[in-house]
Design a protein around this ligand. Sequence first.
Ligand code: ARG
Length: 466
Amino acid sequence: MRLWGGRFESGPADALARLSMSVQFDWRLARYDLLASAAHARVLHRAGLLDDNEVARLLAAIEELSRDCQTGAFRPSAADEDVHTALERGLLERVGSLGGRLRAGRSRNDQVATDLRLYLRDHGRRIIARLAELQTALMDQAERHLAEQTPAPGMTHLQHAQPVLLAHQLLAHVQALARDVSRLRDWDKRAAISPLGSGALAGSSLPLDPEAVAAELGFDAPAANSMDAVADRDFAAEFCFAAALAGVHLSRLGEEVVLWTSHEFGWAEIADAYATGSSIMPQKKNADVAELARGKAGRLIGGLAGLLTTLKGLPLTYNRDLQEDKEPVFDAVDTLLLVLPAMAGLVSTVRFHAERLAGEASTGFALATDLAELLVRRGVPFREAHEVVGHLVVWCQVNDCDLPDVSDEDLAKISPHLTPDVREVLSVTGALAARKAYGGTAPERVAEQIAALRAVVDEHAAWAGS
Ligand code: ARG
């Protein structure tokens, strides 16, 4: 079915119909389109454009159609151009010409912008709920390894830098995901504007009530400018950005998992349920979940870039280009809802090798900074302390030993500042405990960090469920 054609003598060419068609991807807006239709029917009734009997019959038909969509009894046909067309056909089939009265004061332009906002606000909450599950999985691992005080070699440039608590590193990922959640919640405030009542672009001459429709659909307010309302897709682009950045965070976590579970690192082993094998190499256990998390960031970023490119040259107001807004946002939703549960499962079941981590935490002269800072506390200028410890490191490299293994005499030969008691700070436990300023890796700071994050994540999850 088509919603236009009165002024045309011939029907559309097949090539046009195929190009124009969006129902194959926008059908997922059906639920939201019907919600908006029910709200619009009530507004038409209050405006005196539908009598009591008509609005009751229309609302009953919308409800029936909604059930039939859910059960699959009603499906779009090959001739329905988009979701709005298919649903109007569904209404006409149920209540005859009365179904056509719903179009008064409404255009697909304000309708589709409304549907997409409703869909995204709903799915933003679902994504937040899944993000909270991944954060919880990370925090549970962090808590377990805080209790065991499992250290890890903290890295910069992928080189051993300073020892950290494994928990601190895991929580760093939780922090990034917490920003993703707050970004989505912030986005939701701007998405909570209702375009309904804007009509095609200029508003309506009918006595509609945009405030009432907005409130009924859970929006904070109706749009202040009808032209902006039908032309604006900032909410879609911003959503894509929030999704893409979350995808980048998942990718970075995925990359870490790939490294941690490599033979060369040997920090952790993925549970069988979240690992894959090889069709030819029987010994293989691969981190495909983590790799797909990393790989799928590409399509999220691509979706954002594509949508921004679609929007950049558009004059006001609605242009059919805007139909291209849907696939990237739908793909972003699908991708995150696919990746997040898999990553949560992987993280909650991965087994860290605490002994290996403890053994590695101080290798690569990772305690060199602690020694330099000790000298600073004893009054040596940092520049000089840095150089003294640098000499010691070279000495160790030449003599193939670690910092604590150097004899008293050799220490003294390298520098008079290196008295035997400097060895006190050359322990991983000491190095961790010393970093006790706010935000540092000391156990008590990490414990506080977990407690604070638990509260934040609980609040996020509660918001998403509301
Ligand atoms: N399927 C269209 C879209 O997604 C609906 C709006 C059509 N409006 C129009 N003026 N042709 O953008």
